[in-house]
Design a protein around this ligand. Sequence first.
Ligand SMILES: Nc1ncnc2c1ncn2[C@@H]1O[C@H](COP(=O)(O)OP(=O)(O)OP(=O)(O)O)[C@@H](O)[C@H]1O
Ligand SMILES: [Mg+2]
Length: 121
Amino acid sequence: MMYKVEAIVREEMLEDVKAALKDIKINGLMVSQIMGFGAQRGYTTFVRGQEIDALMKPKIKFEIVVSSEKWRDKVIQTICDVAHTGGIGDGKIFAYEITNAVKIRTGATGYDALQYEDDDE
Ligand SMILES: Nc1ncnc2c1ncn2[C@@H]1O[C@H](COP(=O)(O)OP(=O)(O)OP(=O)(O)O)[C@@H](O)[C@H]1O
Ligand SMILES: [Mg+2]
């Protein structure tokens, strides 16, 4: 079974999480800058006398597709270890089952699409 791990972390965790995932030798990842809110549902605040909606906070989203449950759990554990501060807003991790993957260059599908080849950069 293939899985996608989607991890929303603090902006300042970008470099550390990326480095930790490289260290465990995952074969690919996506990173996006997103906006969102969690359990606190944001709040309103005053900036220079103006009430502003601070509902949405900038966050970083990592997406990693892996080819086994073992890798899924390893990726989750790695991100938890690195991105944890113990404070509100540390982030969330979601995992999904993936039904297929295709490597466009070779036509490889499923498990094979996610494997590293010797001639890969
Ligand atoms: N239920 C959810 N559905 C979709 N995205 C979520 C959900 N909960 C959190 N997120 C995303 O994760 C980000 C960080 O969430 P956050 O860490 O605040 O979660 P939390 O459950 O409120 O935990 P904490 O109590 O530690 O703040 C949010 O900005 C949002 O992008
Ligand atoms: Mg929160």
